[in-house]
Design a protein around this ligand. Structure first.
Ligand code: MLT
Length: 204
């Protein structure tokens, strides 16, 4: 993993969050560092690499096929990632109650899984091209949690209905959700960054 401490520039009137960067399938802990820096210049960044390998590509949990997740592994890896984040907060001395996840694709899916199963871990999340990781038997209490969802109307991996279902689940759990629909596919670009940045500024 990589940890980048907060720089002086980020220390404003309000304490800057720590960004938990979660890459997509086949990514590394380096992938989202520049995105994190664009979203919140100078914020501390914790960027782990997914522990699961699929044909040599790193991911955050196992899947049986595209979009079909190994739920036992998902739950185990979600707890494992949470334990890692809590330990990192002690090692690097950042505030564990002020963490914003920034996840893309598979990374957004494990961030959504954290929200739905361990609602106290994240203060907020930026989910880029997420899916519904699992449907909880009992909804968590996400009151006070802010979530930004960025979706592509032409995403071949994430059908619109999945995004809508995730947004609904999060809202039913009490999260305040902002949906950003773009006319793009699964890849992310500057439009995502601009919208996410604007959301961060107004919601933190
Ligand atoms: C997943 O497996 O989490 C989703 O299909 C997205 C991805 O391909 O990473």
């Amino acid at each position: 993993h990589r940890f980048i401490p907060a720089s002086e520039a980020a220390v404003g009137q309000r304490p800057a969050p720590t960004l938990l960067l979660l890459h997509g399938t086949g990514g590394t802990e380096e992938d989202l560092l520049s995105l994190g820096n664009m979203l919140f210049p100078g914020a501390a960044m914790l960027s782990p690499r997914g522990n699961v390998l699929e044909d040599g590509m790193a991911r955050f949990f196992r899947r049986l096929a595209e979009g079909i997740f190994d739920l036992d592994d998902l739950h185990r890896r979600t707890r494992e990632l949470t334990a890692f984040v809590r330990a990192a907060a002690e090692t690097y001395h950042f505030d564990p109650s002020n963490i914003i996840a920034v996840g893309y694709s598979n990374g957004a899916n494990i961030a959504a899984s954290m929200l739905l199963s361990l609602p106290d871990v994240l203060r907020g999340a930026i989910l880029l091209r997420p899916m519904v990781p699992f449907i909880p038997e009992q909804l968590p209490d996400l009151a006070g949690t802010a979530v930004f969802v960025s979706a592509g109307r032409m995403d071949p991996i994430v059908p619109q209905a999945q995004t809508e279902q995730l947004i609904q689940l999060l809202q039913q759990a009490g999260a305040s959700v902002h949906a950003n629909w773009l006319n793009g596919g699964h890849g992310i670009g500057l439009e995502d960054v601009r919208a996410a940045r604007a959301w961060l500024i107004t919601n933190l």
